[in-house]
Design a protein around this ligand. Structure first.
Ligand SMILES: NC(=O)C1=CN([C@@H]2O[C@H](COP(=O)(O)OP(=O)(O)OC[C@H]3O[C@@H](n4cnc5c(N)ncnc54)[C@H](O)[C@@H]3O)[C@@H](O)[C@H]2O)C=CC1
Ligand SMILES: CC(C)CCC[C@@H](C)[C@H]1CC[C@H]2C3=C(CC[C@]12C)[C@@]1(C)CCC(=O)C[C@@H]1CC3
Length: 352
């Protein structure tokens, strides 16, 4: 029987490596001396020493070409949470992740680190200092959450010491930082349309917004601590700034920092949630005729009006996690308005 030569543990692949989080992860891995292959449906940048492979993760043959000589895989690809296409979410997050697992096993990959989401336990009601043992949402609030739950279960259940295939899931929440395609752009777009005048609820709800460097750090620590004898095998880990902030303070600081007015007038949470639900039903019924994208989806309203912050004590205990960038407040924006650039400058010492 032919023996397979194990690739170096510093050879890895990042599926979804062209995305926001993926690119930060790739850059940090390169800094740490890893040799990195990116697999993504699109190539959006170039980094010396990184190889790019354009392909769909639902295609096993495409994946096998890249995974054949890596020992570690990070899977951080997903359709954008705001997209409302159930078939796409199922195809990529569920069927595609099944294909990723099979391809990893067939190629002899030893470790798979999944980017899951803390939203897998969020049902639209308050979560305060939530630990990883909270049950998965029984009534997921949207297709994104529904398929992230399935995806996480698939990856964690595939963990097998006998098969020499170890898995772990990282659950970040509300990631922000340089090149964020979602949080600040959606917020600014909403403000430009004059729709950010209202505070949903009493405005005191605490949430986690997590700086992208911390999320990257959590992923790499998880990969490096994932061994057959470690407690990480087949487990999920919250990664946060360990510094929850009032949702509406964060929003106001970003908006005021960028020259917009802070939201001022309060609206009752249940009223706004009810309207968002009604709008969602109407857009669903009208979808065969016209494709409308409401700004205030039930998921966004729920996130804006409830507490949702999580404990990262399991990550501290099992992998020595500590936030690498903590005392950041979004008011400290750069000259160009890129709030993430400020936190990055704290790390690099550059002026922004
Ligand atoms: N941004 C956030 O606040 C949070 C994100 N996450 C998770 O983090 C991960 C990364 O998210 P972001 O970087 O924010 O998103 P992103 O949209 O910037 O990156 C996702 C990447 O996946 C790629 N991709 C999508 N479908 C693919 C397919 N079929 N085959 C190959 N590549 C494909 C896209 O081209 C993109 O480059 C996702 O799994 C997301 O669920 C979890 C919690 C919070
Ligand atoms: C329209 C306003 C009420 C809200 C504008 C800001 C929102 C765009 C963001 C506030 C919390 C964010 C968030 C996510 C996306 C962007 C927000 C809704 C996620 C859903 C991204 C994917 C995840 O896994 C969980 C995130 C939770 C927080």
């Amino acid at each position: 029987m032919a023996t397979r030569i194990r690739p170096s543990s510093k050879r890895c692949a990042v599926i979804g490596g062209s995305g926001f989080l993926g690119r930060h992860l790739v850059e940090r891995l390169v800094e740490k001396g890893y040799s990195v292959a990116v697999f993504d449906i699109a190539q959006r940048y170039e980094v010396s020493g990184v190889t790019f492979h354009q392909g769909d993760l639902c295609n096993k043959q495409d994946l096998l070409k890249v995974l054949k000589d890596v020992s570690l895989v990070f899977h951080c690809a997903s359709p954008a949470p705001g997209c409302n296409d159930r078939n796409l979410f199922w195809r990529v997050n569920v069927e595609g992740t099944r294909t990723v697992i099979q391809a990893c096993q067939q190629a002899g990959v030893q470790k798979l680190v999944l980017t899951s989401s803390a939203s897998v336990v969020f049902e639209g009601t308050d979560i305060m200092n939530g630990k990883e043992d909270l049950p998965y949402a029984k009534r997921p609030i949207d297709y994104y959450t529904e398929t992230k739950i399935k995806q996480e279960k698939l990856v964690l259940e595939a963990c097998s010491k006998e098969k020499d295939f170890l898995t772990v899931a990282i659950r970040p929440h509300g990631i922000f930082g340089p090149r964020d395609p979602q949080l600040v752009p959606i917020l600014v777009d909403t403000a430009r349309k004059g729709k950010m005048k209202f505070i949903i609820g009493d405005g005191t709800n605490l949430v986690d917004f997590t700086y992208v460097d911390n999320v990257v750090h959590g992923h790499i620590l998880a990969a490096e601590h994932l061994r057959p004898d470690s407690p990480l095998c087949g487990k999920a880990y919250h990664i946060t700034n360990d510094d929850p902030i009032r949702f509406w303070d964060f929003m106001s600081q970003v908006l005021v920092g960028l020259g917009y007015d802070a939201p001022r007038y309060h609206l009752p949470y249940s009223l706004v949630y009810g309207i968002a639900m009604l709008l969602w039903i109407i857009t669903f019924l009208l979808r065969p005729v016209v494709n409308i994208k409401p700004t205030f989806t039930p998921m966004r309203v729920a996130l804006a009006g409830t507490h949702h912050y999580y404990s990262c004590s399991r990550a501290k205990q099992d992998m020595g996690y500590q936030p690498v960038s903590s005392a950041y407040r979004p008011l400290d924006r750069g000259k160009n308005g890129d709030i993430g650039a400020v936190a990055q400058s704290r790390r690099t010492g550059e002026e922004v």
